[in-house]
Design a protein around this ligand. Structure first.
Ligand code: ATP
Length: 255
């Protein structure tokens, strides 16, 4: 891990991505600290996945900079990516390999020291011991989600990017996963960027949220305090107001 304990694990500055004339991400700046869980919220098409893909080095920004644990993703991409992990339902593990083999291969690809211990730790954290020898292709969607999260923990990342990590989980498992990710972040000093459309979940897990609309951050703050600050009864009401009338917020009025 970086020696800069107080420095953010993720710093995004003036980030932009255009597709032709369409600005998908339009000048976004934010940071994620160690042990901090930050929610990236916004309606469909707001620019969340595009932002995550730029942090992962999959998409090249049109402008702006991204640093992971102090490493510039543009100039030190592979080093920055070694410190980053990602999990999403649309990125499942190869189905023809067992869970354990998948995690081992992933650990080896990342050059993880003591791969066996890290794989065991990830399997234990996600309660996957009974499924260790099972091929990933036959896991249920909820089990695959947990497997994908286990993969993300193997490399002991500084930054964890989770795109709707509980979308396919039943409420009890989803709660369990939230607790486990919180524990992991606290114990290992990792920062988490978490996208979700579930406002209850966001209030439970996120220390801070960023509301994205049309590629811009319109609101930022504590998800438990933000609704009252904007005259709304709940985070869901605030979300709907931001999604429907982003301009009123940009102009400083309560939605
Ligand atoms: P969702 O909640 O639906 O997943 P999102 O916030 O992740 O949405 P993005 O997938 O980042 O949104 O998309 C942001 C905008 O960029 C959308 O208007 C989308 O149509 C557009 N977009 C994304 N990828 C491309 C592409 N390859 N070419 C053109 N436009 C794109």
């Amino acid at each position: 891990m970086s020696g800069l304990a107080a420095a953010p694990v993720l710093s995004v500055s003036g980030l932009r991505k255009r597709y032709g004339d369409t600005p998908a991400v339009d000048g976004v700046s934010f940071a994620v600290g160690r042990r901090e869980i930050v929610g990236l919220l916004g309606p469909n098409g707001a620019g969340k996945t595009t932002t995550i893909n730029m942090i992962l080095g999959v998409l090249e920004p049109s402008a702006g900079s991204i640093r992971v644990a102090g490493l510039d993703v543009a100039t030190r991409r592979s080093k920055a990516l070694e410190r980053t992990s990602f999990a999403a339902v649309y990125a499942p593990l190869p189905g023809n390999l067992s869970l354990e083999r998948n995690l081992r291969i992933f650990g080896l690809l990342y050059g993880v020291p003591d791969v066996r211990a890290r794989v065991d730790d990830a399997i234990r954290r996600l309660d996957l011991d009974a499924l260790r020898g099972r091929k990933c292709g036959v896991l249920s969607s909820g089990e695959q989600t947990r497997a994908s999260l286990a993969k993300a923990l193997v490399s002991d990342p500084d930054l964890l990017l989770l795109d709707e990590p509980t979308a396919s989980l039943d409420p009890a498992t989803a709660r369990d996963i939230r607790v486990k990710i919180r524990e992991f972040a606290a114990e290992r000093g990792c920062g988490v960027l978490w996208t979700s459309h579930n406002m209850f979940e966001v209030q439970e897990i996120c220390d801070r949220v960023l509301f994205l609309s049309h590629g811009r951050i319109l609101l930022e703050g504590d998800p438990r305090a933000l609704p009252a600050q904007h005259g709304k009864a709940s985070l869901e009401e605030l979300f709907i107001a931001v999604a429907r009338e982003p301009l009123s917020l940009e102009q400083g009025a309560a939605p």
